[in-house]
Design a protein around this ligand. Structure first.
Ligand code: BGC
Length: 270
């Protein structure tokens, strides 16, 4: 091994995503924010997708990523709005180049049992969690294939791509659906140089489950379902996303990486 090989190997290890152009949906908080931070630190240029009401948070995050030596821009789009998603991918291509790493992270959840669930409540969850990844994956794949660049789509599912969860039938339908959509796209896109993978978080400290984490009893009940007996942190998910997106995972497609402290192993929950 020559000195230049060593230097190149070291550079790849330090910045495994150097030269990549990533778009993270719902990137202003929780797991999305941690992904944007990690991908930028690992060398990717990052498009911070956000909703209109989070424009200030997106600008702050872009400034933070750039101050840390990364490259980032913010682009607004509701992921369930076809025209807005198309525009976002056109703008991204113009401003940073063709997106070759998409992280479908944006997601919502709300506890409501079947008999009380309105059609609107059902649609809200399905549109953000499932239609959003469909629209973004379609634009991302079109862009990569047209430009002839290889790429990766990482779908953030959940332990609930597998574990039924009373009170969250719309959420479970969206995550189970996302898993099978993701695996189907993995097959469709495999020969086009595009890998499609799932990262499935368990219980993670994020704004989405703030109420549960602030309630002592509910917090304890949640921890009791985790073999590792702790709630995960968003950077632990981001590390898995970065690895799945990197060339280290070059022969992995259609696979789910559970990052859940063993939650999906809990007896009786599958
Ligand atoms: C949900 C969390 C929940 C976890 C484990 C995640 O998909 O977003 O609210 O704590 O699953 O049930």
């Amino acid at each position: 091994m020559s000195d230049s090989d060593t230097t190149e190997a070291e550079a790849t290890a330090a910045q495994p995503l150097a030269g990549r152009r990533a778009l993270v949906t719902g990137a202003t908080s929780g797991i999305g924010r941690a992904c944007a931070q990690r991908l930028a630190a690992d060398g990717a240029t990052v498009v911070v997708n956000h909703r209109e009401h989070s424009a200030d948070d997106a600008d702050e995050l872009v400034a933070e990523l750039e101050a840390a030596g990364g490259r980032a821009i913010a682009l607004v789009a509701d992921v369930s709005d076809e025209a807005a998603v198309r525009k976002m991918f056109v703008d991204a291509a113009e401003q940073v180049g063709v997106i070759d790493l998409l992280v479908n992270n944006a997601g919502v959840e709300e506890q409501v049992e079947l008999m009380d669930m309105s059609l609107d409540q059902w649609h809200t969850v399905i549109e953000t969690n499932l239609t959003g990844p469909f629209l973004c994956s379609r634009e991302a794949a079109r862009g990569m294939v047209e430009a002839g660049v290889p790429g990766v789509i990482v779908n953030i599912t959940s332990v609930h791509e597998r574990i039924p969860w009373p009170g969250f039938s719309h959420y479970c339908a969206s995550k189970g659906g996302l898993k099978l959509m993701s695996q189907t796209l993995a097959r469709e896109l495999a020969t086009k140089g595009i890998r499609v993978v799932q990262v499935a978080p368990g219980a993670i400290v994020t704004p989405i489950n703030k109420d549960v984490l602030e309630d002592e009893e509910k917090h304890a009940e949640l921890i009791a379902q985790v073999p590792m007996a702790r709630i995960g942190e968003a950077p632990e998910i981001a590390a898995a996303v970065s690895w799945m997106a990197s060339d280290q995972a070059s022969y992995v497609t259609g696979e789910t990486l559970f990052v859940d402290g063993g939650m999906q192993l809990y007896p009786g929950v599958t």
